[in-house]
Write a protein that binds this ligand. Structure first.
Ligand SMILES: [Zn+2]
Length: 451
């Protein structure tokens, strides 16, 4: 059977059930009643997943003369292959009655939009988007671990290379079909897919899971996944906007927009039409856009998304604020947003990690380890000199344990004896020496504790 088959009815019970199949381009007269054994699994799955329920609802609510004709149903698109529970169904009315009102319910299982021709495309994920998203996140996590293994096996430790490879190999897996399912995840914020991205970046930096997401993103100069998804969504919308008027995808797009205009307001996000969800995404990005008129500017959108990301640092947690204060010199700006210089300047992975740990606060000093024991910040003393707080500043400037190291790495400290702020110290040009100093401090600390 052809891919374009669709099931529209069924009768009988159990093993004697037969299904009414309709074929693309053929009318009612060409329908066939066939047993399950003669029908492709895809069509059956589509029918069982949703078509059947819609059919029951129609049977219950409408006279037979107003039935819909299922023109085509493509199960599996566009959400994902495998377990994705999405589908695009295109319906047309077999007999459109004059003066019919729009059946403008957008919930899963409903038929969207009515018009004279292919009149409604149902862009949806059945059940919830979360199931499709967690599936892509799982696939993405496997891809990410595979990538890490391959890079390690080939001795490739360059974090910049790893981030580029992530964008090439893992991001497409995490974003597969995001045009359809991402609006909800973008608006809701956190998602399993984002955790995959953060896990990768934390692995690169050598910091713990407790290192805040905003800190990790700022260190590596990466943007959160929802930004990539929003841009992907925008590109998709632009291609729909530029499409010829008679293409089915274009008609579906216009239908979804029309439906969004008539749908009830106040519906839960998942129950809103796709176009309404997309509208909310662009609104949240600060670029409200009329989807129908095709004026979505990508440069403006990109800039707006970056600006919103930067703004999020102002309202971040205390730990992120401390990072901004003591490492970034007080602010994170769009102009300077990018990978920290040590990511390219420090070739030795171990050195790079020690410096990253200092910078992100995910280090081995009492300031961090005392937090796990629930100690107040003022009660996390240095185990070597009993200063009330063992933090990076204490190690760099004050603790007597590292006096010799400070002399050995004298080039890192100004000869005037006036010590710069920690941000200035950490951002100085000789990142390679600095990272080595951090690594030697770690060794000295461990050796002193072992005695
Ligand atoms: Zn000390």
């Amino acid at each position: 059977m052809q891919r374009s088959e669709g099931l529209i009815d069924q009768r009988g019970r159990g093993s004697s059930t037969v299904y009414r199949c309709r074929f693309l381009g053929y009318g009612e007269g060409a329908d066939l009643w066939l047993p399950a054994s003669q029908i492709s699994e895809m069509a059956l799955v589509a029918w069982r997943r949703g078509g059947q329920r819609e059919w029951r609802q129609r049977q219950a609510s409408q006279p037979a003369s107003q039935g819909y004709t299922l023109v085509t149903h493509r199960p599996g698109t566009p959400c994902s292959s495998g377990r994705g529970r999405g589908g695009v169904a295109i319906y047309t009315r077999s007999s459109l009655l004059a003066g019919d009102s729009l059946a403008a319910s957008a919930g899963p299982g409903s038929v969207e939009g009515l018009g004279p021709n292919p009149c409604g495309v149902h862009m949806h994920c059945r059940q919830s988007f979360v199931s499709a998203a967690s599936f892509t996140a799982e696939a993405g996590r496997r891809a990410m671990h595979g990538l890490r293994r391959r890079l390690a096996a080939n001795g490739l430790e360059d974090p910049m290379l790893s981030m580029r490879a992530f964008k090439t190999y893992v991001l497409p897996v995490l974003s597969y079909g995001a045009e359809i399912w991402a609006p909800q995840l973008i608006l809701q914020g956190k998602s399993a897919a984002q955790q995959v991205q953060l896990e990768h970046l934390r692995g690169l930096l050598g910091v713990r899971d407790s290192a805040p997401a905003l800190t990790v993103l700022a260190e590596t100069g990466q943007l959160p996944l929802p930004i990539y998804w929003t841009l992907q969504l925008a590109r998709f919308v632009r291609s729909l906007q530029r499409m010829d008027g008679d293409r089915v995808a274009r008609l579906a797009f216009m239908d979804s927009i029309a439906l969004a205009a008539t749908a009830e307001t106040g519906l839960a996000l998942a129950r809103q039409p796709w176009a309404a969800q997309v509208g909310l995404v662009f609104e949240a990005a600060g670029i409200p856009s009329d989807l129908a008129d095709g004026t979505l500017g990508m440069p403006e959108l990109t800039a707006a998304l970056l600006a919103r990301h930067i703004d999020s640092y102002a309202a971040a947690s205390v730990k992120v604020q401390r990072y901004i204060e003591s490492v970034r010199g007080g602010s994170v700006t769009a102009q300077t947003y990018g990978p920290a210089s040590y990511m390219t300047a420090v070739p030795v992975r171990r050195h790079r990690r020690r410096l990253a740990q200092w910078r992100t606060g995910s280090h081995w000093l009492a300031e961090e380890t005392g937090r796990w024991q629930g100690l107040l910040r003022e009660q996390r003393p240095c185990p070597h000199c009993h200063n009330p707080l063992e933090d990076v500043r204490h190690v760099v400037y004050d603790c007597p344990l590292y006096a010799e190291l400070r002399q050995e790495f004298g080039d890192l400290f100004p000869s005037t004896g006036i010590m710069p702020g920690l941000a200035e110290f950490l951002c100085q040009d000789s990142q390679g020496r600095l990272a080595k100093f951090a690594d030697r401090c770690f060794d000295a600390h461990a050796a002193a504790l072992a005695q």
